[in-house]
Design a protein. Structure first.
Length: 318
């Protein structure tokens, strides 16, 4: 099996995704779309390949509007570090904050302060985020969680067994929704399977690898592993390969295909379900700029962007 046949770009609510490594092209700029002097501030969770790809997408999308993008992410992916970055941006001359929140509750107060200063706040993967103008969800969270479970069971070729879930951060709302949907799916369709542990490992592949080794020691009969987050899949798969368990434990997860290339080739990571973060960034930029140019998007029930399939609005989430 070729390595690239083991990863799957999901069909999203918005668009067929671009090929890995190719930054989506924004429509050609015109005088009508240009907003000289506009500054967009991007904030990621960490400095991983997934978030580097997000930054690429922001910069490419902003070219359409002649905007500057200032992007920062914590060296150590903690909520406190992300808060510090956002505080710096609030005091700076920026027009919008484009954020992937580590902890929605911890950031709400800062978002409120930013909006009071007429800065647009657009979050990603933070449904029901309070004090944000808009949120972007590239997938239906419940469906994605169900797909993760279905794929793990399919790759294991077993009707029963023990499995664990590793996810990025404890407080990331979308990741929690995927986990909850996966567990519910298992309980409803795969009663022979048993969840032994759910562990947050941060956006840190070393921590994911260490936790995987500990799981293998605690549960020698472990047969499945669902890895959620930008680095969990890489760390877990490398631990399985080092422990010579890649043929025993069916590990599936999410990250960028290039990051997991060797893990997919070795079979330590059985399947990768993902989408292009650069496209998510494009939607964030579009929402921010339409708000800046036209005012709050109060009546729009559908989001239409050139080259993308329109998607519905639910509350402030697109």
């Amino acid at each position: 099996m070729r390595w690239w046949s083991s990863w799957l770009y999901l069909s999203t609510l918005l668009l067929p995704l671009a090929a890995a490594g190719a930054v989506p092209q924004s429509p050609e700029a015109s005088e009508e779309t240009q907003t000289p002097g506009c500054v967009l501030a991007g904030v990621g969770k960490g400095r991983t390949p997934w978030f580097l790809r997000l930054e690429q997408g922001m910069r490419q999308a902003a070219e359409k509007y002649g905007c500057e993008v200032i992007y920062r992410a914590p060296t150590v992916p903690t909520v406190e570090a992300q808060q510090d970055i956002i505080i710096d941006f609030i005091t700076a001359k920026v027009d919008a904050l484009l954020v992937v929140p580590s902890d929605p509750d911890a950031l709400s107060r800062l978002f409120k302060h930013a909006r009071m200063q007429n800065k647009v706040v657009v979050t990603l993967e933070s449904p029901e985020q309070t004090e944000a103008d808009y949120d972007v969800e590239m997938i239906v969270n419940r469906h994605f969680g169900e797909q993760l479970m279905d794929e793990m069971v399919r790759q294991s070729s077993a009707e029963s067994g023990r499995y664990a879930i590793l996810r990025g951060t404890r407080s990331a709302p979308s990741q929690l929704a995927w986990q909850q949907a996966a567990v519910k799916r298992q309980q409803e369709l795969y009663p022979g399977w048993t969840l032994v542990e759910t562990e947050p490992v941060g956006e840190d592949r070393s921590q994911a690898a260490q936790r995987t080794i500990e799981l293998l020691k605690s549960y020698p009969d472990l047969r499945g592993l669902i890895c959620i987050g930008s680095e969990s899949s890489v760390g877990a798969a490398r631990a399985l390969r080092e422990q010579r368990r890649q043929g025993v434990v069916a590990a599936i997860g999410t990250c960028t295909p290039q990051t997991c290339r060797s893990e997919l080739k070795s079979g330590a990571l059985r399947r990768l379900l993902t989408w292009d973060p650069a496209q998510a960034a494009r939607v964030q930029v579009e929402l921010a700029m339409r708000h800046i140019q036209q005012g709050p998007l109060l009546n729009e029930t559908m989001l239409e962007i050139s080259g993308m399939t329109p998607c519905k609005r639910e509350g402030h989430t697109f």
